[in-house]
Design a protein around this ligand. Structure first.
Ligand SMILES: [Zn+2]
Ligand SMILES: [Zn+2]
Length: 275
């Protein structure tokens, strides 16, 4: 299994950091977690892409995590030579968002079906709203969801992928909580989104300080990893993006609470999990 950070960024556009999205490559295909800005450009860099995704799994419906949902949906349709429904898993509310996206694309769907003789089917999303428990199992791969705490954004979920003896947890945006602990129990890798209050508070801008109460700080993520016996903590969705040369500060802060391996995400960073 591999974990590839396709986007390590946050809602603010950044030249080197695409929006939040993480690819987990498994024996049964590529699982894409969230689909932030630029995700398919990054997926192209690692030989993945919309037609090949085994599933798209959304942690929540904040815009930065779903900006490119329409791109994945349309590109999968256009690049597939036969009907290729996109399996989408996400919290309650996902089906409404997907329906609204399809409505937005209605003119485009009409143009393309009219223009291409060999394209006589519509794009299809197979949406499953998830909450808690195993959401799919195929071969040696099992994916489990659990509720997280990103209040007032509700509901939100995190995911765990198990393949044989190995496991990866995608926390999404959350503060430490019981659901995340449950997913993290003994996991090889925890991918946790983080914000730095010590860098944001001095700015004194309410629009930024507001985000502190519903995200994990670096220390929070480290404590979650330590409490649950995680092997590697991968910090992503970095707010604010680290200024060049300050990356070690993030690792040092995490190290105060966690003595496992700590990795700071950059786009296309790849971790091998297990053999
Ligand atoms: Zn969020
Ligand atoms: Zn976010």
């Amino acid at each position: 299994m591999q974990v590839i950070i396709l986007g390590s960024g946050n809602p603010l556009p950044h030249p080197d950091r695409a929006g939040p999205s993480t690819l987990v490559r498994t024996a049964v295909g590529d699982l894409l977690f969230d689909c932030g800005r630029g995700v398919l450009m990054r997926a192209g860099a690692v030989g993945s892409g919309a037609p090949a995704l085994r599933a798209l799994l959304l942690t929540h419906l904040h815009s930065d995590h779903i900006t490119d949902l329409n791109d994945i949906f349309t590109t999968r349709w256009m690049m597939s030579l036969q009907p290729n429904p996109l399996p989408i898993y996400g919290p309650r509310g996902t089906a409404d968002v997907v329906r609204a996206m399809e409505a937005m694309l209605e003119p485009d769907i009409g143009y393309r079906i009219t223009h291409h003789d060999d394209l006589n089917w519509r794009p299809v999303a197979d949406v499953t709203e998830v909450d808690h428990g195993v959401i799919f199992e195929e071969g040696a791969v099992r994916v489990t969801a659990a509720p997280t705490d990103h209040a007032p954004v509700r509901p939100t979920v995190g995911y765990r992928v198990d393949e044989g003896e190995h496991s990866v947890v995608i926390a999404g945006d959350t503060v430490p909580c019981a659901g995340l602990d449950e997913l993290c129990d003994g996991a090889d890798v925890l991918v946790n989104t983080v914000v730095r209050g010590d860098l944001i508070e001095p700015l004194g801008l309410p629009r930024f300080t507001d985000v502190l109460d519903y995200h994990s700080g670096v220390g929070d993520a480290a404590e979650t990893a330590a409490r649950n016996g995680v092997g590697t903590l991968l910090l992503t969705h970095l707010v604010p993006p680290p200024a060049p040369g300050t990356e070690q500060e993030w690792v040092d802060q995490a190290q105060e609470k966690f003595d496992g391996r700590i990795v700071l995400a950059t786009d296309l960073l790849t971790l091998e999990v297990g053999d």
